[in-house]
Design a protein around this ligand. Sequence first.
Ligand SMILES: C[S@@+](CC[C@H](N)C(=O)[O-])C[C@H]1O[C@@H](n2cnc3c(N)ncnc32)[C@H](O)[C@@H]1O
Length: 279
Amino acid sequence: MPKPRLSLQTTTLWEYPSQHYGNEEQGSSSYRGATPSYVIWNLLERYTKPKDLVIDPMCGSGTTLDVARDLGRRGLGYDLQPQREDVFRADARHLPLEDGKADFVFVDPPYGDNLKYSGQENCIGELPATDPAYFEAMDMVFQEIDRVLRPDRYLAIYVCDIWKRNAFVPLGVHLSAMLMSRFLPVDHVTVVRGNKDLDKGNYHKAAEESNFFLRGYNHLLIFKKPSEEQAREARREEERAQQPQRSQKPAKEKNRNAGSRPRRKKPNRSGSTTRRPRH
Ligand SMILES: C[S@@+](CC[C@H](N)C(=O)[O-])C[C@H]1O[C@@H](n2cnc3c(N)ncnc32)[C@H](O)[C@@H]1O
């Protein structure tokens, strides 16, 4: 079946019937866990411009580099087990890159230990998603992304929830909450999975008999690093919140008010009472 023309996805439900676009491969179809290239193509079309520097700290078979080249962006890829010469060997928690150099970061991390990658001790794919160590490692990856990304620029994380041995781990929700503490949420996209396992009848039979669901979609979590001004304002607000109240009322007066209704915290313009920079 001929592939449809590649075009920008315009809703938060993304689907394309192939791992690769065009007549060539982006990354490698033989690398287990390779990212569908149209996902990265859509992100780079929307959030980057020609010559921007795109970073993938867990680049595997190099899908991000191929898409970046096709769109005239500069790409830099790292991985613990590089599959080709233009992917550099590095741990995603310690990238050999100066602060604030990247214009965009894409990462498709291991989803716990669902697939075997290098088997190395520092491979995050050795940590089950039920182990807090997995989340500590991913938080270090996010911290490193924060360091290398320029302010006011975007990042995207592609991840799937895990259902294994009777345990459900909503990785999309967990990682999203972790990202919210560092970055500004931009959008959350559902990407329909074209996983070949979903064509297997016995997988569906097992899902019915054991009363679980096969994973039908991946999460695409899109965030933005606050601008320098937004970061400054957030720091100022944090300092203000930590300062002791200067106009403390005397104890007597406090007691007089004891029976009155507690005052509601004044919401900010977006209706939230939390202190985060505005998007
Ligand atoms: C889902 S795959 C990425 C696939 C890639 N986007 C592609 O299209 O080929 C996850 C990758 O994370 C890498 N990885 C695991 N732990 C890592 C770490 N600490 N630092 C860098 N890469 C790591 C694995 O070797 C694997 O290649």
